[in-house]
Design a protein around this ligand. Sequence first.
Ligand SMILES: Nc1ncnc2c1ncn2[C@@H]1O[C@H](COP(=O)(O)OP(=O)(O)OP(=O)(O)O)[C@@H](O)[C@H]1O
Length: 604
Amino acid sequence: MSQKPVRSHWIIGTLRSPLGILAAIGLVLLFGLALFAPMIWGEAAAVSDPLNLSKGPSAEHIFGTDAAGRDVFARTLVATRLSVMMAVGAVAIGVSLGVILGSIPALMPRWAGRILVALLNFALAFPALLLAIFLLIVLGQGSFSAVLAVGVAIAPAYARLTHTLTSSVSGREFIDAARILGVSKAGLLFRHILPNIREPLIVNASLSLGGGLIAFAGLSFLGLGIQPPEFDWGRMLNEGLSKIFVNPATALAPGIAVVLAGLVFTVTGEAIARGTGVHRGLGRRMPKLAAAHTRAAVTEPAADSNQDDVVLRVRDLAVTVPAGSTWRKAVDGISFEVRRGEAVGIVGESGSGKSLSCLAVAQLTQYPVDSDAALVEFDGVPIVRDGARPAELSPRRLAKLLGTRMAMVFQDPMSSLNPALKVGAQIAEIGWLHEGLSKAAAHDKAVARLGEVRIPDPERRARQLPHEFSGGMRQRAMIAMGLMGTPALIIADEPTTALDVTVQRDVLALLDEVRSETGAALLLISHDMAVITSVCTRILVMYEGHIVEDIETSELVAGNASHPYTRALLAAVPTMTSPRGEPLATIDEQLRSTFAAGPLEAVR
Ligand SMILES: Nc1ncnc2c1ncn2[C@@H]1O[C@H](COP(=O)(O)OP(=O)(O)OP(=O)(O)O)[C@@H](O)[C@H]1O
């Protein structure tokens, strides 16, 4: 297994590029001026020289003097503090307010969230500067009102950005995995979602600082912002313009300052974007690597778990998905059972409904996908009866049951682990969330589990981020998460699809080992017959949302499949003795149309 290079902190990454160095120099100069200019040139900027009113550039005054005889260059330098501080203040208000408003919909009931998002979109329809002018008129003039007005005016844009980023992260598998662990909505937001969207927000905030400077310059220029005796670059532009024909430098100097400061912020934003990979979307933080994944969450058996032989009983499960302007049943009323400790495979071609069936069992389908079942009974507890959660099962108990007794192993290698959290902390989460362990004890247990899945140097590895693990190691880490307790059922959705053959074998062996040691049942989804037959003792064959055959592996291998689709699927798998010159068998269209005509379920 190869080891991934360690990714440095984004600030170091940013500073390593020429653009980053340029941005750093610009920022030091700008903030240096903001800090020290009033002390050095404060007096020169304030003192009037009645003998030198509105004079052009000279050796003594390189940008000349203003209408009151004050040195324009000194005033431009001194105005840096107020101009920059107001831009920083407004962006800080805008980003904070925006992040709060943009995150709240994720915590609200769906209908309330949609109303809030609609209101935000409505606010976005107003140009920010117009909104700022309107607010300034309401709040009254002055630097504080100006900062507040511009901050509030840019907040809707940040709220929209936060909402969009939050929604994109919410669909990732590590969020599903955290949900099945029973993490609350607020926990999901603060611990799992916000850390993953901070980089695009930081980049946008840096870029907004330049926009903020221009907005203040615009407001002061209109006479709405800063009032004398205070002055910023916008105020100076306003005053300079009336004397532009006498001494153009009075307007030129603050104009140049706005442009240069704006450039510094823009270059900073661009440098951070390159340093963090934000300009490539969220891809860098969540790279797709070639491997598969597991996510597991388990502890001691639930107090009310029923020890009958069946761990999962599913009756008439249907999953509806949107199809253009209408809906279709991607899973059409399937029924099956998994016994305790049994390894059951679900096989079928892509799109046959394998993943959706398992997501529905784990209660992980989300709008617009809708699931319905006459019964889903897990670990002796009915979790769905007649299409709904039974009244006696509280949402909290359901979360705990799924979080502690069901383990999920997802297909995508990187997306099942939260890229912003250390691996050890993620594995430990189940310990303190459901087992009542202290954080330190949960961490120790997590390290021990990492060792058990043969991750070398587990103490050090526990402190690393997922991108520092290879694909196979990430998968082992996820299985380690499953070993935090004793799962009753491990659902593994294509866990080896993207792995190379040796790692595939390792991971399948590890899953099988976990199954036999913990007594957990395994529900393994794959479109690979060879994988399924090597691990499972019974196989469910899915086609077009139906289970068309439920067969013991030994029967299948002996050639006793009864359904034509199963036989066709088997014939399509190449063997060592398949003639190499001939094309592989395919499932012919006539057979397909026969299957599509009606339900073909063959429940045991
Ligand atoms: N969110 C969704 N919106 C619309 N259609 C969906 C959605 N999720 C799944 N589907 C559709 O439902 C069908 C079944 O999907 P599912 O993911 O269960 O297939 P699968 O058998 O697991 O396939 P694969 O092996 O490719 O993962 C597919 O046709 C898929 O396009």
